[in-house]
Design a protein around this ligand. Structure first.
Ligand code: 5GP
Ligand code: ZN
Length: 113
């Protein structure tokens, strides 16, 4: 999508610290980390929000989670980690390209704020 910052990161038109990539998925470090390890995992395909998913995207969404598992292994997050999709205005979603936050290296409270 023309103006999407995460599409530009996936295309390497905007620099980022990429920690994992394959044909379908790109993962990079969050610019404003909220934990010692804070990675954003995105599909290369532009999908704005959960509401715009179609059933044909289900495998792709599973790939985001599987990438999280691989990255967590690489980062040795043995004590656990948090995976978050912010979705829509009330959640605080700022970037309209689906992204899975992988956060680790500290304890998190529940319920999330
Ligand atoms: P959201 O609030 O939409 O769930 O999360 C968007 C995340 O993207 C935020 O944590 C923010 O710090 C991160 N972010 C926004 N712009 C950029 C950028 O240009 N590069 C990187 N690496 N992260 C970004
Ligand atoms: Zn996009």
């Amino acid at each position: 999508m023309g103006n999407c910052i995460f599409c530009k990161i996936a295309a390497k038109e905007i620099p980022s610290t990429i920690v994992y990539e394959d044909e379908h998925v790109v993962a990079f470090r969050d610019l404003n980390p909220q934990a010692p390890e804070h990675i954003l995992i995105i599909p290369r395909k532009h999908i704005a929000r959960i509401e715009t998913l179609t059933e044909s995207d289900t495998e792709l969404m599973g790939r985001l989670v599987f990438a999280a598992k691989r990255i967590a292994d690489d980062l040795k997050l043995k004590n656990g980690y948090r995976l978050i999709f912010n979705n829509g205005a009330d959640s605080g979603q700022e970037v309209e390209h689906i992204h899975l936050h992988l956060m680790g290296g500290r304890k998190f409270s529940w319920p999330a704020g």
